[in-house]
Design a binder for this molecule. Structure first.
Ligand code: NAD
Length: 345
């Protein structure tokens, strides 16, 4: 089996982890790496990943020098959450005639908030005969694809409620800021109002993915973000939260069909939830026939699973028909291990 040739675009926390994972897979080969950080440019990928080996892959900040479909089969791009920020990079990849997997949250369902742009990306992918898909742990898996998969045997689904309760402690300053960790409750409210505290990115996408897959007819999504005020001192290498300050963001997204609530997604994210006896986990409740209740404890590890799902999707994207896809449009990825796992599509 010839290995599938991968270009890794973005070598941050996710992209570097994906690269390390790809290096362990005999069916995959990293042939190029792109990142904008000046201190990475010109260095061997092995050095950037902190490995003793070199791979003959020099990191570049000039994607046009490596976007060659004769040498690259698929790009994994891990640079931003926002579709409009990633748009020009995605267009370059598609115009180069190369398949692409993005972990930008808004790419999990670009139709949800930017139909015009989604149609344009779909057209471009088809015109160039390639596949483009957005994935990740959430959106992309736990609060959408997994929910959809659980209804595979359902006769009827009336309402869905799913929650992901996780621990933000391993994350860095960017996440602390976007979740409002370390602020006062008043500053948190002001941050939500001015858009500097966003909480989770992806509820609108996940709700539309579920609604579209099940035909639930959601035509309105409402979101709320409330501070999780700590009653104890909590600390990570990046932030200290005294009692009375904000340890995280309780973010809820509700999808309505007219005035009926049909999908409720709950994602309270905070540092050290265990200090207030909060267990972490993923929970999915499906009301209908049959009623289904699923609990995974602790939660599926976010970073690990995002790296995994993007990499495991590579052979599926290679075999897919051209166009812009969502996770519900493709076979469900599985851990890439033996040879048969590369030939599932
Ligand atoms: P990060 O900040 O650690 O890394 C981003 C990297 O991309 C940096 O090295 C930066 O230099 C590089 N970069 C940014 N824009 C670039 C560009 N246009 N060209 C070249 N390089 C560029 O972030 P991360 O933790 O690796 O996550 C990446 C993105 O993926 C984030 O927006 C994050 O929210 C998202 N994400 C999504 C999911 C999901 O479930 N869908 C899960 C994890 C992360």
């Amino acid at each position: 089996m010839e290995p599938i040739r991968v270009l890794q675009w973005g070598l941050g926390a996710m992209g570097s982890g994906m690269s390390k994972l790809i290096l362990t897979k005999p069916g995959l080969k990293i042939v190029a790496a792109v990142d904008g950080r000046p201190e990475y440019v010109g260095k061997d990928l092995g050095q950037i990943l902190g490995l003793d080996e070199t791979f003959g892959v020099k990191v570049t900040n000039k994607p046009e020098t490596v976007l060659d479909k004769a040498k690259v089969d698929v790009v994994i791009i891990a640079t931003t959450s926002w579709l409009t920020e990633q748009k020009s990079d995605l267009e370059r990849i598609l115009n180069a005639g190369i398949n692409c997997i993005s972990i930008a949250e808004e790419m999990s369902d670009p139709y949800a908030q930017n139909k015009q742009l989604a149609l344009e990306l779909d057209r471009l992918a088809k015109q160039n005969g390639v596949t483009l898909v957005g994935t990740g742990v959430n959106p992309g898996f736990v609060l959408d694809l997994l929910v959809v998969a659980l209804t595979a045997g359902s006769h009827r689904v009336d309402r869905i409620e799913a929650s992901r309760i996780n621990d933000l402690s391993p994350y860095g300053p960017t996440v602390m800021k976007s979740q409002g960790v370390g602020t006062t409750p008043e500053a948190f409210k002001a941050g939500v109002a001015d858009g500097s505290i966003v909480g989770h990115v992806g509820f609108v996408e996940s709700i539309h993915i579920i609604s579209d897959a099940l035909g639930m007819g959601v035509n309105r999504v409402e979101e709320s973000r409330e501070p999780i005020v700590s009653s104890v001192r909590r600390e990570t290498p990046h932030i200290v939260v005294e009692a009375g300050m904000v340890a995280g963001c309780a973010h809820i997204g509700i999808g309505y069909r007219d005035n009926t609530e049909v999908i409720k997604l709950i994602h309270p994210q905070q540092i050290h939830p265990a200090l207030e006896n909060q267990e972490t986990g993923d929970y999915i409740h499906i009301y209908g026939k049959p009623e289904i209740h699923m609990a995974i404890q602790p939660e599926i590890a976010g970073g690990v699973a995002t790296m995994g799902i993007a990499v495991n999707l590579i052979p599926i994207v290679m075999a897919a028909t051209p166009g812009l896809k969502r996770m519900i449009d493709l076979p469900v990825p599985a851990a890439l291990q033996g040879e048969s796992s590369y030939h599932r599509a």
